[in-house]
Design a protein around this ligand. Structure first.
Ligand SMILES: CC(C)(COP(=O)(O)OP(=O)(O)OC[C@H]1O[C@@H](n2cnc3c(N)ncnc32)[C@H](O)[C@@H]1OP(=O)(O)O)[C@@H](O)C(=O)NCCC(=O)NCCS
Length: 176
């Protein structure tokens, strides 16, 4: 059993957290993770995206769940996004789910998704967590092992590279 990560919802945002998230996002992207970028990337490529997230968090549209390893380093993240559509306010989007490459395969991803579920159960009026993932990465099997069900699939919506189009899979966890 791997050491447990320590999770924090809505962490205080400072230089250290920002550098940790940007480093994690860069490392995961360069290891081939499906988190919005195609390798190779540098922290400078990622930082503007982090800044956009900071703005959304400050506006209350997004929330960050961060996991720290036993050395106190940022080792995992998941972002929640609220819906603005008035008929869709009873569920949240989840995205940028990632575990540092050095820590993958140790059960931390499952810990992260449990912490995600616990956090969402504490959100006012939220009945479900919805996410999308890229076919061919195994992420759908990971989410399925955490209780999420495939509820939709749009063929070829993600162009990883010319000639490499992947299905966009939608998965859902209902919080009964
Ligand atoms: C996907 C990710 C979060 C999983 O984290 P992890 O710490 O490696 O996962 P765990 O060790 O907790 O594994 C949990 C279960 O999921 C399975 N699993 C994890 N990654 C998998 C993959 N890529 N393909 C298939 N199964 C996978 C594990 O085998 C394990 O199942 P088991 O308990 O039945 O053996 C991590 O690999 C990651 O950050 N990947 C890169 C980023 C990414 O692509 N995120 C998904 C965005 S949609």
């Amino acid at each position: 059993m791997a050491d447990a990560l320590t999770f924090e919802l809505d962490p205080a945002v400072g230089r250290e957290l920002g550098d940790g998230v940007v480093r994690l996002w860069t490392d995961v992207s360069n290891a081939g993770g499906a988190v919005g970028f195609v390798p190779p990337v540098t922290p400078e490529d990622i930082r503007p995206e982090w800044v956009r997230h900071l703005v959304s968090m400050a506006e209350g549209k997004n929330r960050l769940l961060v996991g720290y390893d036993t050395e106190g380093r940022v080792a995992a993240t998941a972002f929640f996004s609220y819906n603005t559509h008035r008929l869709m306010r009873h569920w949240v989007w989840l995205y940028t789910v990632m575990v540092a490459p050095r820590h993958q395969g140790k059960g931390y991803g499952r810990q992260l998704m449990r912490a995600v579920e616990d956090a969402a159960r504490g959100f006012d009026g939220i009945d479900a967590i919805r996410l999308t993932c890229r076919d061919g990465t195994g992420a759908d099997r990971f989410y399925a092992s955490c209780g999420y069900k495939e509820v939709g699939r749009v063929p070829g919506m993600i162009r990883v590279a010319p000639g490499d189009d992947r299905d966009d899979i939608t998965m859902l966890l209902t919080l009964g």
